[in-house]
Design a binder for this molecule. Structure first.
Ligand code: ADP
Ligand code: MG
Length: 234
C-alpha cells in the first residue's frame, strides 16, 4: 500500500507560498561562497541577520541597494560579504570605495574586511583624517582593492595625487551611515567624489535612519534601463 503523503504545508508547518518566500536562513542559501562561509564560521557567525538576508542577494545580483536597519544589526557584513565575493571575480584596480563619517567606523569596517579577506590576499587601505598623508598616499599607490575612507581625506588625496591611481574603476560604492554622510557638512566632499567616480557602478547605502535624500542619492547616477534600488526597510 502507498504511504500516505501529507500535503507539504502540514509536513513543514508552512503554507506552500510562505515556504517559497521565507527569507534565506543560511549564508549558503544567500549565495555566499564556501571560502567566505568558513571565514564567517571563524568569526562565530553562522546565521545571517535580517538586513543581511535581505540585501545580500540583490547586491550579488548587481542591484543598487538601501539597507535601513538599526544599529548593531549587522549592516557592515551586508555590504562587506558581497564586495569580497565579487572582488574575487574582478580584482583590477580600486574595486570598492566605502565611505563612512568617522575614523573609528572606518577602522571597525576595515577589521571586518581583514578577517574576511584573510585567506584571499585582499588589500585594503584606510584613508582617514588625522593620520599621516604620506603613508596613506603610498598605500593608495599600492593598488588596494578596497578603500575605506572618510570623505574629506579621500578628497585631499584625489587633489594631491599625481595620477598613479584613481577612482574610475570603482565598481562598488558604499555609503555607510548614509544619513550622517548626507548631512550638509559632507556635501562638498561627496559632490566632488560623485564627479570622479565611475558612473557604471553599484551603489549601496546603509543607515539606521531612512531620509528622502538617501532615496534620491540611490538613484544617482541615473542610467537608461537602470533598475530602481532594492530597499530593505526596518
Ligand atoms: P551595524 O552596522 O548595523 O550597526 P555591525 O555591522 O557593526 O552593525 O555589526 C554589529 C555586530 O554584530 C558586530 O560585532 C558583528 O560582528 C556582529 N554580527 C554581524 N553579523 C552577524 C551575524 N550574522 N550573526 C552574529 N553576529 C553578527
Ligand atoms: Mg554600521
Amino acid at each position: 500500500m502507498n504511504r500516505l503523503r501529507l500535503p507539504q504545508r502540514i509536513e513543514d508547518g508552512n503554507a506552500p507560498h510562505k515556504a517559497k518566500t521565507r527569507p534565506p536562513s543560511s549564508f549558503s542559501e544567500l549565495g555566499i561562497s564556501l571560502a567566505i562561509q568558513n571565514a564567517l564560521k571563524a568569526m562565530s557567525i553562522h546565521t545571517p541577520t535580517e538586513v543581511q538576508a535581505s540585501c545580500i542577494p540583490p547586491l550579488l545580483a548587481g542591484r543598487d541597494c538601501i539597507g535601513n536597519a538599526k544599529t548593531g544589526s549587522g549592516k557592515t557584513l551586508a555590504f562587506a560579504l558581497p564586495i569580497v565575493q565579487k572582488l574575487s571575480v574582478d580584482p583590477y584596480g580600486i574595486f570598492s570605495l566605502v565611505l563612512t563619517p568617522t575614523r573609528e567606523l572606518a577602522f571597525q569596517i576595515s577589521e571586518q574586511f581583514a578577517i574576511l579577506g584573510n585567506s584571499m590576499n585582499i588589500r585594503t587601505a584606510v584613508i582617514v583624517g588625522g593620520m599621516d598623508m604620506m603613508s596613506q598616499a603610498l598605500e593608495l599607490g599600492n593598488r588596494p582593492h578596497i578603500v575605506i575612507a572618510t570623505p574629506g581625506r579621500m578628497v585631499d588625496h584625489l587633489k594631491s595625487s599625481s595620477g598613479e591611481w584613481n577612482l574610475s574603476r570603482v565598481k562598488f560604492l558604499v555609503l555607510d551611515e548614509a544619513d550622517r554622510l548626507l548631512s550638509a557638512s559632507f556635501v562638498p566632499e561627496l559632490t566632488y567624489l560623485f564627479n570622479v567616480l565611475a558612473k557604471e557602478r553599484q551603489t549601496c547605502l546603509f543607515t539606521a535612519t531612512l531620509t528622502p535624500s538617501i532615496e534620491n542619492v540611490a538613484n544617482v547616477p541615473p542610467r537608461p534601463g537602470k533598475q530602481k534600488p532594492f530597499i530593505h526597510r526596518m
